[in-house]
Design a protein around this ligand. Structure first.
Ligand code: 26W
Length: 818
């Protein structure tokens, strides 16, 4: 049967092929003489999964034996994307798998396309979690990820007549070969009810009598490191009806209703909230958060207690990382377990909690901070609300001692927001209950210090730090751009940069080498051809690979200013229309590509999508324009679409109004792949500029420090004529739908242009003109492109994770021996 040798499954093509055939017959249950691409994908995935499980076991056994300090990464969102290609790359068996499949008459690349994305997250924060898991595994850190196994991930975006429609993402419908269901790993999750006092051995204790109980069941997803045997775990929880509970209704005869009601438990983990802007105090969302938090912390504490007899060593063995405030109830849950169930005295419990938890915030806007109505929290989690009040009381007492009776400051810093509706401020809770608070770029921390968390930063300056985000070069270069990787390894004379990313800087010395430049352009061209085919398949628009591929892909948000991009495109179109024939020969042909999802309730963002389609319709069908300008909207943007688009783009746009993007991580993926950036000085771009230099990218727009003053003067600022003209074209119905776009135009009119499109427009056009001019000089362009890749090592998530490990989590690698 399986090729067992020394206890390991073998990885030569022949053994892989044998195992694939085994899975065709016994797992997929198809005849070995007749199975299609999808069935071959399933069989191959199971073949790889067996190897992952082997490594996973070895890693877990080794961690248990060594008992290092472990990191637990708690996140309500993970955007993992596809697993097949990534796993084969990290296990170092991609070529062997391709060979094995080839001999069976299948194309590996074809099988990769059979897999749907695991899209259990919204955007930047969720993809960052996935990149960080890859780095944690690769750098041999003893880490676990915890998340929710939503039955429906982020909605599928369908475009009908240019409008976005949302459809459910049935990602589990065809099964998920990458997960391991652990029916025996489950925990009770309690909700509602009341708190009672109980006398136990003469000591008063609080006891929470719940009104509803459901069960959390574990699903494990092995995460293999690259170039190491270490394979860590991403444990996702699914809700199931509880085994115990009230059987009364069975006896009273309402059997059917009782079963149906119990089945409702599953709704808790059924759907991901698709709004990444603000928190709306919804009961189901709070239930999800607590469900996730209690299952994870029960699991973590159980594991700790397996090898420790008391809690003295807890914070030396356990680091708990909160990915934004979404899982911050974990602070309260651990507190509750320690004091109510483990009988630990309050102060000791509190210091254990504070020493173990750290928190990273991913937003700059105060509106992005979560608040939970106290009534809602109190009804769902009565004991937790009591604990929050107690923590806040003690914190306020401490503050009064330190700051005196400055009531306005006290009320700003309080965990409880008083007002018509009493709210619990989850960010304040996280800051108070964690030993470290991290921003996601340098400027993000500066903004936190100046604005949102000013008082806290002054109180605890040492608590506030930053770790600039990063992306994993395994997925974003090796998996998605194998040809470029081959070229880089050839010129560097080693593949070691895939683990040791700092080696990439070695490319710098060849940046002007004409041979490398030539090969570099060839790789780009092949990637552009692949992208052009995709574009034609989805939109019917034929594009020329000689044109500059200019890309903006990310969630649609006003602050990300897709509208600025569209206005720039309209301006370009208008210029071409008004040009003499002779002028047209000088125009650099462009293919403008925009992709991204709008939150379902975000009207303005949805109008931006519609405007994009309306403008595309006009431009793409205008014979005066031809190949000089094309505009395509890529529907249903997700991780695997990004893997196709990024390697095939020449220029990428990152247009956030300065001071609004906490970090931004898309830019890093483009940078690695040698796409030039056209960007504002915002978030992590500021650090990219420092790293590769102003002259290797196209920077424009107001700076972070200038934005507040510009906003003050907004109504007196003169709007450039060119800007007024494009807005008028939209308003007057040049692209149809006259009334529909009126409210969109209003957002950028004098009084209302909050994101300063008018102010930055001319500077944006200049940057675009500079990009055109450079594109004509292919030698210069290619040099800038090589220097972008060469300078991208600082933006690897390996560096981010290394910094967290040393400065925040205090964890060491624990490498499983071969
Ligand atoms: C509760 C609703 C909600 C859900 C998700 C509010 C906010 C979020 C996320 C925090 C939004 C997000 O993804 N933020 C992005 O995080 C990235 C990773 O740190 C940064 O690179 C982006 O700048 C930031 O917008």
């Amino acid at each position: 049967m399986f090729g067992l040798m020394d206890g390991f499954l073998k990885n030569d093509p022949w053994s892989l092929q044998k195992d694939v055939m085994h899975h065709v017959e016994y797992t997929v249950a198809r005849s070995r003489f007749s199975f299609d691409d999808f069935e071959a994908y399933l069989a191959l995935s199971h073949t790889i999964r067996d190897r992952l499980i082997e490594r996973w076991h070895d890693t877990q056994v080794y961690f248990k034996r060594k008992d290092p300090k472990r990191l637990y990464f708690l996140s309500l969102e993970f955007l993992m994307g596809r697993s097949l290609s990534n796993s084969t790359v990290n296990l170092g068996i991609k070529d062997q798998c391709a060979d094995a499949l080839n001999q069976l008459g299948f194309e590996f690349e074809q099988l990769v396309e059979q897999e749907g994305d695991a899209a259990l997250g919204n955007g930047g924060l969720a993809r960052l979690s996935a990149c960080q898991m890859d780095s944690l595994a690769t750098l041999d850190f003893p880490a676990w990820g915890y998340g929710l196994r939503y039955q429906f991930g982020l909605f599928r975006q369908v475009i009908l007549d240019g409008f976005q429609h949302e459809q459910p993402d049935y990602w589990l419908n065809f099964g998920n070969p990458w997960e391991i269901e652990r029916i025996h790993v489950s925990y009770a999750v309690k909700f509602y009810g009341a708190v009672e006092e109980e006398l136990l051995n003469g000591v008063k204790r609080k006891v929470w009598i719940p009104g509803e109980t459901v069960e959390a069941v574990a699903y494990d997803n092995p995460i293999p490191g690259y170039g190491t045997r270490n394979t860590i775990n991403l444990r996702l929880w699914a809700a199931k009806p509880s085994g115990e509970g009230d059987m009364e209704s069975y006896n009273t005869g309402d059997y059917i209703n009782a079963v149906v009601n119990r089945q409702r438990a599953e709704t808790i983990s059924s759907v991901l909230y698709p709004d990444d802007r603000s928190y709306q105090g919804k009961e189901l969302r709070l239930k999800q958060q607590y469900f996730f938090v209690t299952a994870s912390t029960q699991d973590i504490i159980r594991r700790y207690k397996d090898s420790h007899s008391n809690f003295d060593d807890f914070s030396n063995k356990v680091a708990l990382q909160l990915n934004d405030t979404h899982p911050s109830l974990a602070i309260i849950e651990v507190m509750r377990i320690l004091i109510d169930e483990e009988n630990i005295e309050w102060n000791r419990a509190w210091s254990i909690v504070c020493d173990s938890f750290s928190f990273t915030t991913h937003t700059v806007s105060p509106e992005g901070l979560e608040k939970i109505p106290a009534d809602l929290l109190g009804s769902l989690l009565p004991r937790h609300l009591e604990i929050i009040y107690e923590i806040n009381f003690l914190f306020m007492e401490e503050l009064k001692k330190k700051l005196g009776l400055n009531y306005s400051q006290l009320s700003q810093m309080s965990i409880v927001e008083e007002g018509a509706v009493k709210n619990i401020r989850m960010a304040n809770l996280s800051i108070v209950g964690c030993h470290a608070v991290n921003g996601v770029s340098r400027v993000h921390l500066e903004l936190l210090k100046k604005r949102v968390f000013k008082d806290f930063c002054e109180l605890w300056p040492q608590k506030f730090q930053y770790k600039t985000n990063g992306a994993t070069q395994r997925r974003w270069m090796v998996v998605s751009n194998p040809n470029l990787c081959g070229l880089i390894s050839k010129w560097l004379g080693t593949e070691a940069w895939i683990r040791d990313v700092d080696l990439l800087i070695g490319l710098k010395e060849f940046a002007s080498n004409t041979d490398l430049q030539h090969e570099w352009r060839m790789v780009k061209r092949v990637n552009k051809m692949r992208l052009a085919e995709y574009i034609e398949a989805i939109s019917g628009v034929k594009v020329s690979v000689d044109a500059m591929f200019d890309v903006q892909i990310k969630r649609i948000h006003e602050y990300k200013r897709q509208l600025l991009n569209l206005f720039g495109i309209i301006h370009r179109y208008d210029c071409i229309k008004n040009m003499e024939k002779s002028g047209k020969t000088k125009v650099v042909p462009r293919v403008c590509i925009i992709g991204g999802k709008a939150a379902p309730g975000y009207e303005i963002a949805k109008k931006i999508i519609k405007l994009c389609h309306a403008v595309a319709e006009t431009i793409n069908n205008d014979p005066d324009v031809g190949d000089l300008l094309k505009l395509v909207f890529i529907p249903d943007y997700n991780v695997s679409v990004a893997e196709l688009v990024i390697p095939g783009s020449d220029l990428s746009q990152h247009l956030s109004t300065a001071g609004h993007e906490a970090s931004g991580t898309g830019s890093m993926k483009f940078l690695m792949n040698g796409c030039l950036l056209l960007a504002t000085s915002d978030g992590s771009t500021i650090e990219i500029i420092e790293e590769i230099g102003n002259d290797n990218m196209f920077v424009f727009g107001a700076k972070v420090d200038e934005v507040p003053a510009l906003r003050e003067m907004k109504s007196s600022l003169k709007v450039p004529l060119q800007f007024a003209r494009v807005v008028r074209m939209v308003r007057d119905g040049y692209f149809g739908h006259k009334d529909y776009f009126e409210s969109l135009c209003k957002t950028v009119e004098n009084g209302g242009d909050f994101y300063l499109l008018g102010n930055d427009f001319m500077s944006y056009l200049e940057a675009q003109a500079a990009a055109d001019k450079t594109f004509v000089d292919q030698e210069k362009w290619t040099r800038m492109s090589i220097l972008s890749s060469a300078g991208s090592s600082r933006f690897s998530s390996d560096r981010t994770i290394q910094e967290y490990a040393e400065k925040t989590w205090n964890i060491e690698p624990c490498k499983c021996p071969f």
